[in-house]
Design a protein. Structure first.
Length: 287
């Protein structure tokens, strides 16, 4: 009997998984590019994403029917949701490529185990991984909202304080040298050893595995992601640079050396920023 087109696609699970991962990353980056262009063209959109401006028509309707306090709460909720969505998309675009080797290996092990095409376990694994970064996105959105309300972020969502920027750089650099960073990165870099030890049955087991892998990845990279508040949350060059750094640490041989180089650069940059007010203005200008 001739196989149907769907069966032929499912039989090529590796192609399907690669296409899914690439597609998710591409959609995330296209959304970020679109959002950046919109923010550059419309100051109002930028203000909304920073939690500084709300939908006037919605506010007026709620204020009329439920009072001004309800309007204010709704505005805050809408703005926070938009900021969270932005972070979810950004974390997907930044972190999913570095998780691709583990995802592909998991799919290959599933095919060998079941002797058939892709099952829902691979999708569950990816979903669990992204769920962890979704939780981080909520926390990052809360931090962004707080910084915006205290005027520590500019309209480009970058730190307005060189002192704050310096502290973030130094903190990120020092974290690169911690045992926790080394342990988490080791787990992320060795999927061929990690997956067999953590294999669980069923789709819920795959979801749990994805979340566990996401936790290791979060432990490896969460401080580096705070650097987005320094260079600009929607500065695509800065976002891409951090994504490439994360990818290099996970895939390029000699990660320990790369971590130490990264730490030295980050700490040095932080020290320069902390002493920025003492330097001649023509030598360094952050703002």
């Amino acid at each position: 009997m001739v196989a149907s087109p769907l069966e032929l696609v499912l039989a090529r699970d590796r192609i399907l998984v690669i296409a899914s991962v690439v597609g998710l990353c591409l959609l995330a980056w296209l959304f970020l590019v679109h959002l950046t262009l919109q923010m550059e063209a419309m100051d109002g959109v930028a203000a909304r994403m920073m939690g500084m401006k709300a939908d006037d028509s919605l506010s007026a309707f709620i204020a009329t029917t439920m009072g001004p306090r309800a309007a204010a709460l709704t505005d805050a909720s809408v703005n926070f949701t938009l900021v969270t969505l932005m972070w979810v998309v950004m974390m997907t675009g930044m972190m999913l490529p570095s998780a691709a080797p583990t995802i592909l290996l998991f799919a290959a092990l599933e095919r060998k185990r079941t002797q058939r095409g892709t099952s829902g376990r691979t999708a569950a694994f990816i979903g669990g991984y992204l769920a962890i970064w979704g939780v981080y996105s909520v926390a990052a959105a809360a931090v962004q909202t707080l910084l915006s309300h205290t005027h520590l972020l500019s309209m480009q969502m970058a730190a307005t304080s060189t002192f704050l920027a310096g502290l973030v750089f130094i903190g990120a650099g020092l974290y690169e040298l911690t045992p926790l960073k080394d342990r988490c990165l080791t787990q992320c870099r060795s999927p061929i050893e990690w997956l067999p030890r953590h294999m669980r049955p069923g789709r819920l087991g795959a979801l749990h595995m994805g979340m566990e892998h996401g936790i290791y990845c979060l432990g490896c990279c969460w401080v580096l992601m705070l650097l987005l508040f320094v260079g600009g949350v929607m500065n695509l060059i800065w976002v891409a640079a951090l994504a490439l750094l994360v990818l290099a640490q996970k895939l390029v041989p000699g990660s320990l050396v790369l971590m130490r180089i990264t730490a030295a650069i980050l700490v040095s940059s932080g020290i320069v920023l902390l002493f920025h007010p003492l330097l001649p203005t023509h030598l360094l200008s952050w703002q």
